[in-house]
Design a protein around this ligand. Structure first.
Ligand code: 6CS
Length: 319
């Protein structure tokens, strides 16, 4: 058998490395009887096109960022709330791997759209880049921020006074260069590999969010597999949670060093102080409850939010 595995990133980047490692493991375990073919971003259209391809069964597996189906699965937007998940990527990973709200309840919501998320994992802390040097919420006023297709992202940045625009990442470098877009957010490894720092003067380490990706399969295809193949997939996905955490950590560390070392394109690194983070939290936190109560986007299930919030508190030790 041959299974296709589409990713939203290029060879060498975290998502693609995941698909390649998954392919190697499946090939090894089946003695080559099952081949998994990874696809880079771009060959099959935008991230939104790729999601549709999986939903229609034209692709068996996909790494998906929840932002791109924000309009279809409103509950999946929870990953883009600012200062909701733990700031520490390792704690966020622990929540992602073990949460029942995510792995059972949210999974069922995606399955209504033929997407089965088998695992959630982080690609690292998300940072903001801009030319203005973002240090306070009001620094966002008047900026046009690039976001994914998630209505909640509009609200999150809107709370700081920014406007937003949804484009595929392949168009982002040019948009930043031409200043039709002023700011964007991504994990540091990705800012480096997509060279966004070349066309942005500053990078703010804000600890507002950890980027989340999902390992997904087409629901009908997966449900139709024999039990031993389902098990093979499940077991490999579970084994890879620790592997991908280390991979993203390494890539993010190397990415930050590479940005600092790029003297031709100097980038000011701004690390927010606890006090500065507090100012962002004060604006971001009311958005959490508004999201929960369905005031921002329709169709949100408050029970998932409540359960997840408790699970997070258990891991961070907060009240
Ligand atoms: O900015 C984006 O949309 C892209 N960022 C990452 C880290 N992965 C894929 C995604 O499409």
């Amino acid at each position: 058998a041959e299974w296709g595995f589409v990713t939203e990133e290029l060879d060498g980047e975290v998502q693609y490395e995941y698909a390649e490692e998954f392919a190697n493991r499946i090939s090894e375990k089946t003695g080559g009887a099952i081949t998994v073919t990874p696809y880079e971003y771009g060959a099959l259209g935008s991230e939104v096109d790729q999601a549709q391809l999986l939903q229609q069964g034209g692709m068996q597996l996909a790494i998906m960022s929840p932002g791109f189906t924000g309009g279809q699965v409103p509950d999946g937007q929870i990953f883009s709330l600012h200062y909701f998940f733990p700031a520490d990527p390792a704690q966020t990973q622990e929540v992602l791997t073990n949460s029942e709200a995510l792995n059972t309840d949210l999974r069922a919501k995606y399955e209504e759209h033929s997407i089965t998320p088998l695992a959630y994992w982080t690609e690292g802390a998300t940072a903001w880049t801009s030319n203005v040097g973002i240090e306070t919420p009001s620094d966002f006023e008047g900026l046009n921020v690039r976001v994914q297709e998630s209505p909640l992202m509009r609200e999150s940045f809107g709370a700081y006074g920014a406007t937003v625009q949804s484009i595929t990442w392949g168009e982002l470098y040019t948009a930043l260069d031409r200043e039709t877009v002023d700011a964007q957010e991504n994990p540091i490894f990705f800012i480096n590999s997509a060279s966004f720092h070349e066309v942005q003067d500053t990078l703010t380490i804000s600890n507002h969010n950890n980027y989340v990706a999902m390992t997904t399969v087409n629901t009908e295809w997966y449900n139709g597999l024999p039990d031993n193949e389902k098990q093979l997939i499940d077991e490999t996905v579970a084994e890879m949670q620790d592997w991908i955490f280390e991979e993203q950590e390494r890539q993010n560390e190397e990415g930050l060093e590479a940005i600092k070392a790029d003297t031709e394109n100097p980038t000011e690194i701004i690390e927010l102080t606890e006090e500065q983070i507090q100012a962002f939290r004060e604006v971001a936190e009311p958005v959490h409850e508004q999201f929960r109560n369905g005031e921002l986007t329709e169709g949100v299930d408050p029970a998932i939010y409540d359960k997840l919030k408790e699970e997070i508190a258990e891991i961070t030790g907060a009240e």
